[in-house]
Design a protein around this ligand. Structure first.
Ligand code: FE2
Length: 297
């Protein structure tokens, strides 16, 4: 296709006890409200990014949303949607996941707003509150990596940034975006691995990670720096065994940049520095049972 989506703007997670998301989002510094059993979390000054946590017996990622330019909406396939004031299309990906594309005037790669900047450290008692600025990207499990790569390239216009053999691929958007708005990981079933929130600065990541741990959410992985995308990270395990990633510094690929995707060894490209990841970090919680510590080695 000659165009593509602009940005990742949200997702819907069906999950048991979605009301837990109110407390989890509060710990992350994200505004969230419970509406008829569904928790809706909104980001940014214009609340243009959002997460829905809907009640269900079993956890399942059901929808991912992207924005596009209004003039481009007719180029996308799928069913036209009439639920919204904005023109929208709904596609189904090869694993049955709903992909929503919504036309938004003036949409662009998200920046979010003013991050916490601390050229000099304040007194501990005057620590600022660091809040996520917007959504950055999402990482999902897919059952056939090549099939999904073809779908997201042909139907959404996403471009392969880098990959790790047959197991992992990162895709960016053609109008200028971070190194990845979507990451695909091969698994035996579809699923949600993590969703990343832009924090703007390293200080903001670690201020919020500390505040989140103090609120009771201390499991995860970080602080560290990835190789592919170069971003700094701190992952927080959510109540449904996926992760919220607090991130900053993701490489930006401007529109029209000639790009040759690399193919890298996983052990050479997962992270540059930081603590080793938890033994079960790459597990698909929607498909595989928890890994006992002893079995993980
Ligand atoms: Fe990530």
């Amino acid at each position: 296709m000659s165009t593509g989506v602009v940005a990742f703007t949200g997702f819907t997670l069906r999950c048991p006890q979605p009301e837990q998301a109110v407390d989890f989002c509060a710990a992350l510094g994200v505004d969230a409200s419970l509406e008829n059993g569904t928790v809706v979390a909104r980001f940014g000054p214009d609340a243009s990014h959002g997460i829905r946590f809907e009640p269900a017996m079993h956890k399942r990622l059901s929808r991912i949303s992207f924005s596009c330019r209004p003039d481009d909406i007719s180029e996308f396939g799928g069913e036209a949607q009439d639920f919204s004031t904005n023109p929208a299309k709904l596609l189904i990906d090869p694993d049955g996941l709903e992909i929503e594309i919504v036309a938004v005037s003036g949409c662009q790669a998200p920046s979010g707003g003013d991050p916490v900047l601390l050229p000099h450290a304040p007194l501990h008692s005057r620590m600022p509150e660091a809040r996520p600025l917007c959504l950055s990207h999402i990482a999902i499990f897919v059952t056939d990596l090549e099939r999904s790569l073809a779908f997201y390239r042909d139907q959404l216009g996403l471009i392969l940034s880098d990959r790790c053999g047959d197991g992992l691929a990162f895709l960016h958007a053609p109008h200028g975006s971070g190194h990845h708005v979507l990451a695909l990981a091969k698994s035996g079933a579809t699923g949600l691995h993590h969703y990343a929130m832009e924090m703007g600065t390293i200080d903001a990541i670690e201020l919020r990670a500390g505040q989140t741990a103090a609120a009771g959410y201390s499991e995860g992985w970080g602080f560290g720096r990835h190789v592919l995308g170069s971003n700094f990270f701190h992952y927080i395990r959510d109540p449904w065994d996926s992760h919220a990633e607090l991130t900053a510094g993701l490489d930006f690929i401007p529109a029209g940049t000639p790009w040759t995707a690399g193919n890298h060894e996983p052990e050479d490209s997962m992270y540059l520095w930081g603590p080793p990841p938890p033994h079960d970090f790459l597990r698909n919680p929607e498909h595989e049972p928890p890994i006992p510590m002893a079995a993980a080695g």
